[in-house]
Design a protein around this ligand. Structure first.
Ligand SMILES: C[S@@+](CC[C@H](N)C(=O)[O-])C[C@H]1O[C@@H](n2cnc3c(N)ncnc32)[C@H](O)[C@@H]1O
Length: 226
C-alpha cells in the first residue's frame, strides 16, 4: 500500500473500529466472473463502436494500455495515462465529450460523487459511465480512512446515492470487484430509501442490502442488454 505507513494504518484501524463501525468479520462472496474490466470495456467499445474514452485514475496503465480506441485520455496525478492532473483539475478545463468513462481514481465518497457529477457533464447522450470497486466483500476493504492493503474504498455509497436519481439508470455487474454502469435515461428501478446522509451508511447496511442497493446483473446479461 503506497503512501500509508504502518503507524497511520494502525491509527486508522483503531479510529474506524472505535468511532465508525466495529469489524464483525462478516464477508460477502460475490463469485465474480473470470472476465476482467478490460474484457468488459473492450466488449462495450466493440459493440457501441466507441472512439472517445476517458479513464480517471490509471496507476501503472494495467487497464489503460489494453483499451482499443483511437482517442483515449487517462488522468492521474501520480503515474500512468497521459494527463498528469487530479480529476478535479482535469474536469475544470475539459471541453471534450466522451462516449465511455471509467472512474477509478480516489475511492472516497465525496471525490467519487464529484467524479460522477463531472462525468455526467461530459458524457455523450447515449454514453456509459463505469465505476470500479463497487462491491467490497469485507468491512475493512471499504473503510475510509483506509487501513487495509486490499481496498475498494466506499464507492458503493455513491452508487446508493445516485440510484435515487430519476434520470439515471444504474446497474452493477458482478465482475472484477464490481463495476457499476451509469446511463442517462429513465431510472427503471429507482431506489427509494429515506436516507439523509449516504456517507453515514455502514458496512452492516451494505451486507444486509447490497442486492437492492447495487441493482446487480451478470456479465453476460449486461452484454446482451447493451
Ligand atoms: C486503483 S488505481 C487505478 C487503476 C487502473 N484504473 C486500472 O484499472 O488498472 C487508482 C489511481 O487513482 C489515482 N488517483 C488518486 N487520486 C486521484 C485523483 N484525485 N484524480 C485522479 N486520479 C487519482 C492514483 O494515483 C492511482 O494511480
Amino acid at each position: 500500500m503506497e503512501r500509508l505507513n504502518e503507524f497511520s494504518r494502525l491509527i486508522n484501524k483503531v479510529y474506524y473500529n472505535l468511532f465508525v463501525e466495529l469489524d464483525k468479520k462478516k464477508k460477502i462472496t460475490f463469485n465474480f466472473t473470470k472476465e476482467k474490466r478490460w474484457d468488459l470495456l473492450n466488449q462495450i467499445i466493440k459493440i457501441k463502436k466507441i472512439e472517445n474514452y476517458l479513464e480517471i485514475g490509471c496507476d501503472n496503465n494495467h487497464l489503460f494500455e489494453k483499451i482499443n480506441v483511437s482517442n483515449k485520455i487517462g488522468v492521474d496525478p501520480r503515474e500512468g495515462g497521459n494527463v498528469r492532473k487530479t480529476s478535479d483539475e482535469f474536469f475544470k478545463y475539459n471541453k471534450k465529450k466522451f462516449e465511455l468513462i471509467f472512474i477509478d481514481g480516489l475511492h472516497e465518497y465525496d471525490q467519487v460523487n464529484r467524479d460522477i457529477e463531472n462525468s455526467l457533464n461530459c458524457i455523450e447522450n447515449d454514453g456509459l459511465i463505469l465505476l470500479h470497486d463497487c462491491l467490497p466483500s469485507t468491512l475493512r476493504s471499504q473503510a475510509v480512512p483506509r487501513y487495509s492493503y486490499y481496498w475498494n474504498g466506499d464507492v458503493w455509497k455513491s452508487i446508493v446515492k445516485f440510484r435515487h436519481h430519476e434520470n439515471l439508470n444504474i446497474k452493477t455487474i458482478k465482475i472484477d470487484e464490481g463495476i457499476s454502469v451509469i446511463k442517462k435515461c429513465k431510472n427503471q428501478n429507482i431506489l427509494n430509501l429515506n436516507i439523509k446522509d449516504y456517507k453515514n451508511l455502514k458496512f452492516e447496511d451494505f451486507y444486509n442490502n447490497y442486492k437492492d442497493y447495487m441493482n446487480l446483473i451478470n456479465y453476460s446479461d449486461f452484454i446482451k442488454s447493451i
